[in-house]
Design a protein around this ligand. Structure first.
Ligand SMILES: Cc1cc2nc3c(=O)[nH]c(=O)nc-3n(C[C@H](O)[C@H](O)[C@H](O)COP(=O)(O)OP(=O)(O)OC[C@H]3O[C@@H](n4cnc5c(N)ncnc54)[C@H](O)[C@@H]3O)c2cc1C
Length: 405
């Protein structure tokens, strides 16, 4: 049996474990966090990724955890409503598309992988594939040997750093930072996304259906001096500086960040690499081709990538190099199409001037009455739908009937 070590129990890791197990491999997942990471932010699943979820037999479970978001309300610095729109349209969702909290999706995937071994609270420290197989040294546990190692450990992947080099050369930043953290429920309205735009910076608060708390989201130009990613105090200070003087409830939200258990602040970045494997080591999801939160497609890329990688490795039998090559050939155009969405989306998420904000507000107010409304909506949703379906999924060998768990 082929032993595969997967680094990271986010979205791509457990999805890959699910498919590898189905194909007769023996996956083990190592996750740096001490336990499955709950909550997070809301993410989208659409297009080919929904087909993958269907083939796993998990559609019903996933849909049951839909965020149930209803409206997006745009407010001015005094909190007065400027315009409102359907939340699905704001998120570029249509038809069966699902919006789910990242933690809910990860938990569903982890639970579905059944008897797969998960090792929490550890990380790969060194990889050596000089003597056939891969000798893995861990930060805590004893060394172990695997036939294959896959990095599903996100934007700042450790496997990528160890197998391909330092890392920064693979990260392409989009010029903006994003912060997100939990705030008390009273800051949000249930099933509503509140958005406030000022020139060059945007802030929002949302509370999903039945959620006991809300999430605050901030977008701003990247600070001239990037705070160290381990220095949370410096990150908080950078965010506070970026939003100094902002109106609406920004001062209260910034005050609440001191108590947030899950403060996140990072550059919006994409991962661009010439190849996603070296020998017996490969990458999947954000680790290999992160599209950035601005694309809205990172989660779908991870689900599809996990499926295509497992299928390609299974088809290749005992030849991982051939399996990785097939995986890349199938995924490259899909990844390129989805990464392309990010910059265009970002332009609509952070507006540069008061004139742009006024124009957007006017368009949103007029939209319900505009004669060309349908065409305008299609111009928003069509590029997303096209990118989300820009792959023909290979059939999964031996799996005509999907079975859950
Ligand atoms: C603020 C924000 C908003 C987003 N919004 C959206 C959205 O609206 N729509 C969308 O589709 N996508 C969105 N995304 C992107 C989406 O979350 C990712 O694309 C998706 O989660 C990628 O899944 P992944 O499994 O590749 O990586 P991740 O979900 O990042 O999971 C990586 C896992 O690896 C673990 N890990 C890291 N280092 C190590 C290590 N050394 N050893 C072991 N484990 C390790 C981490 O703890 C984590 O559990 C957003 C991302 C962010 C940050």
């Amino acid at each position: 049996m082929t032993d595969v070590l997967i680094s990271g129990a986010g979205v791509a890791g457990p999805a890959l474990a699910w498919w590898l197990r189905r194909h007769g491999f023996r996956p083990t997942v190592v996750e740096r966090a001490p336990a499955p990471r709950d909550g997070g932010y809301k993410v989208d699943i659409r297009g080919a990724a929904l087909t993958v979820v269907d083939r796993m037999g998990l559609r019903e479970q996933v849909s049951r955890h839909d965020t149930g978001m209803w409206r997006t309300r745009f407010v001015d610095a005094g909190g007065r409503q400027l315009a409102t729109m359907d939340a699905a349209l704001f998120g570029g969702r249509e038809g069966d598309d699902v919006e789910i909290m990242r933690g809910d999706l990860a938990r569903i995937l982890i639970e579905a992988t059944g008897d797969v071994e998960y090792v929490y609270g550890d990380s790969i420290a060194a990889l050596d594939q000089s003597a056939g197989g891969v000798e893995v040294a861990f930060e805590r546990g004893p060394n172990r040997r695997f036939d294959l190692v896959i990095g599903a450990d996100g934007l700042h992947s450790t496997v990528r750093r160890l197998a391909f080099g330092p890392g920064s050369e693979y990260l392409r930043t989009l010029g903006h930072h994003i912060a997100i953290f939990t705030v008390p429920a009273e800051y949000g309205e249930e099933r509503v996304e509140l958005m406030h735009a000022a020139p060059g910076r945007t802030v929002g608060v949302y509370r999903t259906a039945g959620a006991p708390d809300a999430r605050a989201l901030f977008l701003c130009p990247s600070p001239a001096e990037e705070p160290d990613h381990r220095d949370v105090a410096a990150q908080r200070a950078a965010l506070a500086a970026a939003f100094a003087g902002a109106g609406w409830r920004v001062p209260e939200l910034l005050a609440a960040m001191a108590d947030a258990p899950d403060f996140y602040f990072d550059a919006m970045s994409q991962v661009r690499m010439d190849r996603w494997s070296t020998g017996r080591i490969g990458l999947v999801g954000d680790a290999g081709y992160g599209a950035s939160p601005a694309s809205g497609q990172g989660t779908s890329l991870s689900l599809v990538g996990a499926y295509v990688l497992a299928t390609s490795l299974a088809e290749a039998g005992g030849d991982p190099v051939a399996g990785f090559a097939t995986y890349e050939r199938r995924m490259r155009p899909f990844v390129a199409a989805n990464q392309q969405l990010a910059e265009r989306n970002l332009k609509g998420m952070v507006l540069g001037s008061n004139a742009q904000i006024r124009f957007q507000t006017l368009m949103l107010r007029l939209m319900p009455r505009l004669p060309g409304r349908e065409g305008m909506i299609r111009r928003v949703t069509e590029p997303i739908r096209k990118a989300a379906t820009a792959i023909t999924l290979p059939p999964a060998p031996g799996l005509d009937t999907p079975v859950a768990g």
